[in-house]
Design a protein around this ligand. Structure first.
Ligand code: NAD
Length: 503
């Protein structure tokens, strides 16, 4: 295996096209901040349409060779990538923290999960099916699973390397090339990943990174050389993606969008597990998690005890430099985003919610310009309040009481979104009947926010369509061709003339 070293020059030439780091120039420049200290990390130009088209052209040429490579050989390369990720977890995580602001312990878990994802997709089964549709052995059909060609992908900033991996790994495992656009707020780890994949043996032109804001994403969606688009981001941008993808020529789209999830804590739940679960459902990655259950619905008989315990546990969380291993709560992605989350908290209090804990900007010694906000717990939240309906995308837990199972279910499903939901109970039959009734792509029973490359992930309702991970991802990044076969050496004339007597 070629030796891989984390590139030293990660604040310039952030486009990666045809196997080379490029410093593309365009009039559309964007700045990248380092959330932990609020400093200027780098700046980059958004790739324009012609530059995206150049990347697509290079991908199209390379894809033919990659698709023709035996699966097992592609699988070897993906496994080598997993090995390289594992052996560089610390250095990759460091950049993920600088780029995104999340605590290093979470960044390491994210990076390791990327190794698992490449491993899982290294063993994909791309077989078709034999279909004996006729009563004659000489007539049958079979299906071939074929790549789509070039995949265009657009990602969000909250799980930068994981989002890139969830798209790149299945796309290339299926024999496609990919043109990936990271979020302009966290553009760096995708470049590291692309260079690492090159080192693992992925041919030049198969994985391309184009940087940019909406203008670059639009160019990807409009490109006639791109055969599929996979998008992770907000529901409002998701709508534009679908529209743009259909404007010039239609292409299939996977949409991983926002959420407004609930987690129901029943009266028979184990209290310690429920408290841990509610925190896992709200406080990873400064609350910037699409599947977060900001609505924690708690049976009224245990409401006071739960509220007290979850507030005590939240008060234990260490807020500080995300590069410190002891830190639980790092920095929000940007000052603007932190203010938006704070605005939701202040707005809820103005509308009558009660502040139980946190929700204040925090000054971290030596990092005074970083974007730190303490995790927040609110109670007294009602259906009329904005926070009850909108995705906050920050560490804001809303604790809402309920009296009956019906009321809990109604509140959990009372949203246009459907990404995730959870229940904490010791009643097996209640757990599984709720799993069936909750309108969400993922349901957690006595846990929350677990992900695995083996398990499909995606949304119901306005949280999107299509799935990442698991067998579903293979279906999303390949297409089925049906082949009808006749080996009998004869074919009846379907148009033979029938005499009047035979009619
Ligand atoms: P966003 O919608 O603002 O941006 C997402 C990406 O789309 C970025 O790369 C952005 O540059 C690009 N973009 C913006 N406008 C575009 C356009 N008109 N055409 C093409 N591309 C365009 O979202 P964000 O703020 O980066 O991410 C936060 C959102 O993502 C939240 O709503 C969160 O729930 C969601 N999210 C969903 C999942 C999931 O798996 N369902 C995972 C992570 C984040």
């Amino acid at each position: 295996m070629k030796k891989f070293a984390i590139p030293q020059d990660l604040t310039k030439a952030l486009h990666f096209i045809g196997g080379s780091r490029l410093n593309l120039l365009s009039p559309h420049k964007f700045m990248v901040m380092e959330p932990r200290n609020g400093s200027h990390l780098t700046e980059c130009c958004s790739a324009e349409r012609s530059q995206v088209e150049e990347a697509v052209l290079i991908s199209r040429k390379a894809q033919k060779f990659w698709a023709a490579m035996p699966w097992l050989e592609r699988g070897h390369i993906l496994r080598r990538a997993a090995e390289l990720i594992r052996s560089h977890v610390n250095e990759i995580s460091l950049w993920e923290v600088r780029d995104n602001g999340k605590p290093i312990r979470e960044a390491k878990a994210d990076v390791l999960s990327c190794a698992e994802t490449f491993e899982y997709f290294s063993g994909v089964d791309l077989s078709g099916q034999h279909i004996p549709y006729s009563d004659q052995d000489s007539r049958f059909a079979y299906t071939r699973r074929e790549p789509l060609g070039v995949v265009g992908a657009v990602g969000a900033w909250n799980y930068p390397i994981q989002t890139a991996t969830w798209k790149i790994a299945p796309a290339i495992a299926c024999g496609n090339a990919i043109v990936y656009k990271p979020s302009p707020l966290a553009p760096i780890s995708a470049v590291i990943l692309a260079q690492l994949l090159q080192c693992a043996g992925v041919p030049n032109g198969i994985v391309n990174i184009v940087q940019g804001e909406a203008i670059t994403g639009t160019a990807i969606c409009e490109s006639t050389g791109i055969n599929k688009v996979s998008f992770t981001g907000s529901s409002s941008t998701g709508k534009k993606i679908v529209e743009t993808c259909a404007k010039i020529h239609v292409k299939p789209v996977t949409l991983e969008l926002g959420g407004k999830s609930s987690c129901i804590i029943f009266e028979d739940a184990d209290m310690e597990m429920a408290v841990n679960g509610a925190m896992m459902a709200n406080f990873f990655s400064q609350g910037q998690v699409c599947s977060n259950a900001s609505k924690i619905l708690v049976h009224s008989s245990i409401f006071d005890e739960f509220t007290k315990k979850v507030a005590e546990s939240t008060a234990q969380l260490v807020i500080g430099d995300p590069l410190n291993e002891a830190t639980h709560v790092g920095a929000s992605i940007s000052n603007e985003h932190m203010k938006k989350v704070k605005g939701y908290i202040d707005g809820a209090i103005k509308q009558g919610a009660k502040l139980i804990y946190g929700g204040e900007p925090v000054s971290v010694e030596g990092l005074e310009s970083g974007f730190y906000l303490s995790p927040c717990i609110l109670s007294g939240v009602t259906r009329g309040m904005t926070v009850y309906h909108e995705e906050i995308f920050g560490s804001v837990m809303l604790i809402i009481p309920f009296e009956s199972d019906e009321e809990a279910l109604k509140m959990a499903n009372d949203t246009e979104f459907g990404l995730a939901a959870g229940v904490f109970t010791n009643d097996l039959s209640r757990a599984h009947s709720f799993a069936a009734m909750l309108e969400a792509g993922t349901v957690y029973i006595n846990t929350f926010n677990d992900v695995s490359p083996l398990v499909p992930f995606g949304g119901f309702k306005q949280s999107g369509f299509g799935r990442e991970n698991g067998r579903s991802a293979i279906e999303a990044y390949s297409q089925i061709k049906s082949v009808f076969v006749n080996t009998s050496k004869r074919l009846e004339n379907a148009f033979q003339v029938i005499s009047a007597g035979e009619l």
